[in-house]
Design a protein around this ligand. Structure first.
Ligand code: NAP
Length: 478
């Protein structure tokens, strides 16, 4: 435990000694050799801890913490009156609810303050992303030193964002798998990925709205971009299980400056926008929210990002829409959301777009809707498009030996664009390279759409190289 304390002291300002997780470990030598301020906690089972012994022995250990001058002792609300105060110790009086965020969480806070807490602490389970708002509201409105957070996967935002609203501290684990409560991030993630120590009242809030969100690369990319630009901003993952429009409306009170929006919310979120741009009207889907002085504006950076990647391959990338794509024969494999975005962009540039899909009816329906053409998959082998775009998930990890088209289709000079980004070089791109095609990877598309978001939010050129490095490092780690 002493070795762990030394390790943790390099990452944290305060260490919590969870004595209930270390039965039989004597407190006195730990306190004598503490490398930084500590909280002594001895959590009983009824409050989510592991102490199951005699209550008097549990309280005695906490009292010992006070008597030995630990900086903080954490005692539960129902036991607070049993602790004798000491001159060097601040009492954290705490309440935990592992089942829910109570309806009147501000009353819970009031009871803790009235019980004489030097620092009032409550940790409650988030069952809905909106529970974070209720907990953050307490922090925003109190002047009393308070630790307030939501537990569980849905509560991650409160653990980070609390600092902006004056949270006295947040908890983090020493390593993944060593959390002392559900939803805890590691100290490394808090400090590195989210730059926790730099968060303050003026930090601008951004995030990604998705479900699931745990494996999203967007927080890593956008936080790295903000860091590279020297901006006081943080980008969080928001796991939205319900209606994304309701989430956006409710979170207006935190004045977020922008969101990325991804599966499955790209259509439903439109309802919460004050306005949307042409890209959203074209595609019927959006992936970006920009807060312009309180007006929420929806945009779709997937479309300009895909066009930018193709135009860069053609050597005509620039600010004015180029005519280089006019009448170019383009074959899109797939008829889902990615196909729709790419096809809409290409149609707007006057390209000749042919869509083929495993489920032929979907190709026909999409083609009809956007005035493109549909082709049966069986004909793909005999087509000679100038640009070939895979928008299916064929070839994606772990099925890396699959390709959406036979290698014989690939001809020298063709532009081949694969939406799949994991792995960065798919079998399709490998075969295309061997055939002398010009290749565009899904990573390029992904980074470009993220970079355009960053530019819309900040008004500054995005650090694309940094963003790409983050993606490649993540993919490299599997
Ligand atoms: P989606 O809406 O679910 O569409 C999936 C498409 O893939 C459909 O056309 C589907 O055909 C087809 N498909 C799936 N499995 C198939 C198989 N085994 N054989 C043949 N066709 C198959 O998904 P999406 O949002 O368009 O995304 C598609 C891919 O693009 C994903 O790999 C995604 O990661 C990637 N993507 C990348 C980026 C980027 O920034 N690089 C952006 C968006 C999407 P059916 O209609 O027959 O089911």
């Amino acid at each position: 435990m002493a070795a762990m304390m030394a390790q943790a002291a390099a990452l944290a300002d305060i260490l919590e000694l969870r004595m209930d997780l270390a039965p039989g470990v004597p407190l006195e030598p730990l306190l004598r050799n503490r490398p930084c301020p500590v909280i002594v906690t001895n959590r009983p089972v009824r409050e989510g801890g592991e102490y199951a012994g005699e209550e008097s022995a549990r309280i005695a250990l906490l009292q010992q913490g006070v008597d030995l001058g630990a900086e903080f002792v954490d005692v539960e609300l129902d036991s607070a009156a049993r602790i004798r105060r000491g001159p060097r110790t601040r009492l954290i009086i705490s309440h935990h609810d592992f089942a829910r965020t109570p309806d009147h969480v501000e009353e819970v806070h009031r009871h803790l303050v009235q019980a004489g807490a030097d620092i009032a602490k409550f940790a409650v389970k988030a069952n809905d992303i909106l529970d974070n708002l209720r907990v953050l509201r307490v922090l925003r409105h109190t002047k009393h030193p308070t630790i307030a957070l939501c537990m569980g996967e849905l509560g991650v935002a409160s653990r980070i964002l609390g600092r902006k609203y004056g949270n006295f501290l947040t908890f983090a684990s020493l390593a993944a798998g060593r959390e002392s409560a559900p939803g805890q991030l590691t100290a490394g993630e808090l400090r590195g990925l989210y730059r926790y120590k730099k968060i303050g009242p003026d930090t601008a809030l951004y995030g990604v709205i998705a479900n699931p969100v745990a494996h999203s690369m967007s927080p890593a990319i956008q936080n790295a971009a903000f860091e590279a630009l020297g901006l006081n901003a943080v980008y969080l993952p928001f796991k939205v299980e319900g209606d994304p429009a309701e989430f956006v409306r409710a979170f207006r009170e935190l004045d977020a400056q922008g969101y990325s929006v991804t599966l499955p919310h790209k259509q439903e979120v439109i309802a919460a926008m004050d306005e949307v741009d042409d890209t959203v009207r074209q595609a019927g889907a959006m992936n970006t929210v920009v807060n312009r002085g309180g007006r929420l504006c929806g945009a779709n950076t997937d479309i300009p990002a895909a066009l930018g990647a193709i135009e860069a391959a053609l050597g005509v990338e620039g600010s004015a829409p180029s005519r280089a794509l006019k009448d170019r024969e383009t074959l899109i494999i797939g008829a889902g959301g990615a196909a729709r975005a790419v096809a809409c962009g290409l149609m707007a540039r006057g390209a000749y777009v042919l869509i083929a899909n495993r489920t032929q009816e979907r190709a026909v329906a999409l083609a009809r809707e956007i005035s493109a053409q549909a082709a049966p998959m069986e004909r793909v082998g005999s087509l000679r498009p100038q640009i070939l775009i895979n928008t299916t998930s064929v070839g994606m990890w772990p099925n890396v030996e699959e390709s959406p088209v036979p290698a014989a289709v690939l001809r020298k000079g063709m532009i081949v664009f694969d939406a799949v980004y994991n792995p960065p070089e798919t079998r399709l791109l490998r075969e295309a390279k061997a055939a002398g095609c010009q290749c565009i990877s899904g990573v390029e598309w992904f980074v470009r759409q993220a970079a355009l978001q960053c530019e819309m939010w900040t008004g500054r050129p995005a650090p694309r190289a940094v963003m790409e490095q983050v993606v490649m490092a993540r993919l490299g780690r599997g």
